[in-house]
Design a protein around this ligand. Structure first.
Ligand code: ZN
Length: 396
């Protein structure tokens, strides 16, 4: 039986894994409480000492992976103005970009007068990988996450840059996977198991043998031996700074002009403005697989920071998750995918969603209405649902 946390809006089937105490309080809420107990000034000094301890021979002190959204502005701001570092900004081009995201990325580079390296995979391979992961994993984001988590690491080794400074650790932020005080750093295992839903670039070969070794190499993560030899470390800023994305977004919006993007299903427009599909196809996929959407993440965050009551958040969530998603047609046109194919994909990956409907839970809208056209007509018998349940927990 799926249930919710007694404080936030997360369900017990959260794809990153979540645990509950005797009072029904989730691990994410428990670890969030550390934010009001930790001496953040001391933590900041610890971060300074990490960077100061390493004698640098490269031009850059660290790499900062950036996009046209999320925590890029704040992380770069903190690195330059609080830590006094000279970062190399690194971007994996998602190819399917919003104009707001492109503007933010350009603004980031000029605001901080920073060097930026970008990696581009050609559009046809980009679409082929997305098509492959949509079909096999029900994931739109897999390629982009694979690229964003591997290119900075390859480049750090190649250029002999000792640190990569990431923004938030999502496992800690969302579900309290570790304490902030464990100083968790990037690992191949976390990337594969959680960021990439248990499948790395080598597994793409198994899904589709038509991909070339070059295609896979552009997403490859360095070997453990190469990482060990280089001594490259990936540090998460959210372990050393009291992490509050809403406050950070407002700060970088006022200070640098960081811009959001309106979306019908979003509570905050400042999250993921660079991806035109994030609150569209991605959000519907997330909803059909797990029964909750990005708005649930955003509202959970606001509850934990004490800016909204649970009752009000539930009310807003119920409205946003029924809102018609934006940009469906643009994405289908870009991918060259028909509405019927997208319907089939959604149905194929709708195990958890289906169970919610059967239990009469809160999401009652039929997702197929979002994709007008010929609707896939598979029989949803018991064995079909059983097959789908095996996919639960693999993430979107
Ligand atoms: Zn909770």
């Amino acid at each position: 039986m799926i249930f919710r946390c007694s404080r936030c809006l997360y369900w017990s089937n959260h794809p990153l894994g979540i645990t509950f105490n005797d009072q029904g309080l989730c691990s994410g809420c428990q670890v969030h409480e550390e934010k009001d107990k930790i001496d953040w000034l001391q933590r900041s000094e610890e971060l300074h000492s990490i960077f100061n301890a390493r004698k640098l021979e490269s031009k850059y002190d660290c790499i900062i992976p950036v996009t046209g959204g999320q925590d890029s502005f704040f992380t770069v701001h903190y690195a330059i103005h609080e830590l006094g570092l000279n970062p190399l900004l690194v971007n994996f081009n998602r190819t399917f970009n919003s104009k707001e995201g492109l503007r933010n990325l350009a603004l980031l580079r000029t605001s901080f007068d920073a060097d930026l390296r970008q990696f581009n995979i050609n559009p046809s391979v980009t679409k082929a990988v997305i098509n492959c992961t949509l079909a096999n994993l029900g994931s739109l984001n897999w390629l982009w996450i694979a690229g964003q988590t591997s290119f900075p690491v390859r480049l750090a080794i190649q250029l002999d840059i000792p640190f990569i400074l990431w923004g938030a650790h999502q496992g800690i932020e969302q579900v309290g996977m570790y304490s902030h005080l464990e100083n968790v750093e990037m690992t191949r295992r976390y990337r594969r198991e959680h960021d990439l839903m248990g499948y790395d670039e080598n597994d793409i070969f198994e899904f589709d043998p038509n991909f070339s070794a070059d295609d896979i190499a552009s997403l490859s993560y360095p070997t453990d031996q190469a990482l060990l030899r280089s001594g490259v470390r990936g540090i998460y800023l959210s372990n050393y700074v009291r992490w509050d994305p809403t406050a950070q977004h407002e700060f970088v919006n006022k200070t640098y002009g960081y811009g959001g993007r309106k979306a019908s299903r979003a509570y905050s427009f400042f999250d993921n403005p660079d991806c035109p599909a994030y609150f569209g196809v991605h959000d519907i996929l997330k909803h059909t697989k797990f029964g909750y959407s990005k708005a649930t993440d955003q509202l959970t965050r606001e509850i934990r920071h004490g800016r909204i009551s649970r009752a009000k958040a539930l009310d807003i969530e119920s409205r946003l998750t029924l809102a018609k998603p934006d940009g469906i047609r643009e994405f289908l046109d870009w991918m060259g995918v028909s509405p019927a194919t997208m319907n089939a994909l959604l149905l194929q990956h709708s195990g958890e969603f289906a169970s919610r409907v059967l239990e009469g839970e809160w999401f009652k809208e039929d997702f197929r209405s979002y994709f007008p056209g010929k609707v896939f007509r598979a029989r949803r018998n018991d064995s079909y649902l059983d097959k789908d349940y095996q996919n639960i927990g693999k993430g979107v």
